[in-house]
Ligand binder design. Structure first.
Ligand code: NAD
Length: 395
């Protein structure tokens, strides 16, 4: 069949298998061409949230940068009744194919990472095939979580304390709009922390430790974001920021409880399925990318995660900030760049918008996430949507 992008708001409901394959191939190529050389490299790696965004890039960087064996956990849909599978499904199929071709071990678990069933399945795989793991990457971005007691709670993207009004962008018309959000209720804040905070990370750690599956030199890393003042009300000081604070506290609790290296890496704002859903962020990203490209400091997910692995494993110095966090957002938060962005932000109008914000680039990056608009792919060619994922355990 011919698969075309079908977008609804900030989601695309179709994905292209050949385009996703090409995206993964390019990530691998980047890592192979910029190989890290650490002798300290991770050997057995578990990535929770491994199919798209930062998790997929972490998996590629560990596997192809260091030759690590990887187990990936993700929540993705296969093709049903001739409809395309989800992006993360195709990405995982491609990752597995390239890993196998390179002689790299890969195991893929599709199901709810919050569940005990996922923890059971992953522990069985590690015990059977790897013995122990030396790196756990926790890269979940989820809209909801079914708690151990069976209750399902949802995360919300809302300000805390006060209503918030800001300039934003209407992604369909590329014109400025105003968004106003009411503050979250206490229950919404608590639920967002349950979904996006550190509770499930700690549950994974407890389970892996109880089962004796942590190697001596074990490291775990989870991802966060801080961003500039202009997104603070909706991000850092909003519900998601509260969850990220809980994640940071969980890193400390994990380090203390198990005597391991447990870190939060603060990553750069990038176009992913999750960030597209955050009000204001797409407008900020459109300006950020244009400015970072001018300065030659722009990175995508794979450049970020390859650089992070280099820091974690001694290819480059691993300096932490005052709160013990790895700052992969160092180039984004560079003061001169941020001053320039605030200046632009303050003077934006519909008339000068295209001068400062690169929406063509934003749209193209967004569609590429789903495998569309990828250079070298023949979109007129017939493709088989029902692609198997190798080494798969489905829960
Ligand atoms: P993403 O949407 O691209 O990836 C999310 C991953 O989680 C996917 O692999 C998905 O399958 C998996 N997932 C979701 N629910 C699941 C479930 N119940 N069980 C198993 N897997 C599940 O997201 P992303 O943007 O790469 O975000 C990953 C992390 O990085 C998040 O913690 C996010 O806050 C953080 N981060 C993102 C940005 C950004 O700009 N995108 C910046 C800094 C930090």
């Amino acid at each position: 069949m011919i698969i075309e992008p079908r977008t609804r708001g900030f989601i695309c409901t179709t994905a292209h298998p050949t385009g996703c394959d090409e995206n993964v191939r390019r990530m691998i190529k980047y890592v192979l061409e910029n190989k890290n050389t650490s002798a300290d490299a991770p050997k057995n790696v578990l990535v929770i949230g491994s199919s798209t965004g930062y998790g997929l890039a972490s998996r590629v960087a560990a596997a192809f940068g260091y030759g690590a064996k990887t187990v990936g956990v993700a929540f993705e849909k296969p093709s049903v009744n001739g409809r395309p599978a989800s992006t993360g499904w195709y990405n995982t199929a491609a990752f597995d194919k390239y890993a196998s071709a390179a002689g790299l071990y890969a195991a893929n678990v599709m199901g709810d990472a919050y569940s005990d069933a996922a923890k059971d399945a992953v522990c069985d795989i590690i015990r059977r095939d790897l013995g122990k793991i030396d790196l756990l990457v926790y890269s979940l971005a989820a809209p909801r979580r079914t708690m151990p007691d069976g209750e399902t709670v949802s995360s919300v993207l809302k300000p805390v304390g006060e209503p918030y009004t800001s300039m934003s962008i209407d992604l369909r018309t590329h014109t400025l709009s105003e968004i106003s959000l009411q503050p979250a209720t206490d229950a919404e804040i608590a639920d967002t922390i349950k979904v996006m905070g550190g509770d499930d990370w700690k549950r994974w750690m407890k389970r892996l430790s109880d089962e004796g599956l942590l190697a001596d030199n074990f490291t775990t890393v989870a991802y966060s974001y801080i961003g500039p003042e202009l997104t603070h009300a909706i991000y850092t000081n909003g519900t998601i920021g509260q969850a990220k604070r809980d994640l940071a506290e969980s890193a400390k609790a994990i380090a203390d409880a198990y005597g391991v290296r447990a870190l939060v890496s603060v990553n750069k704002a990038l176009v992913t399925q999750s960030s597209a859903a955050i009000p204001v962020v797409p407008l900020y990203i459109s300006i950020l990318f244009a400015e970072m490209k001018k300065r030659g400091t722009h990175e995508g997910v794979i450049e970020q995660m390859h650089r992070m692995m280099g820091k974690l494993y001694g290819d480059t110095p691993c300096e932490l900030d005052g709160e013990g966090r790895l700052r992969m957002d160092d180039w984004e938060m560079e003061p001169e760049l941020q001053n320039r962005i605030s200046e632009i932000w303050g003077s934006l109008t519909n008339e000068n918008l295209s001068e400062y914000a690169d929406f063509a680039e934003y749209d193209s990056e967004f569609l590429k996430l789903f495998g569309f608009g990828v250079e070298g792919v023949d979109y007129a060619a017939d493709v088989e949507p029902d692609l198997p994922v190798g080494h798969l355990t489905t829960l």
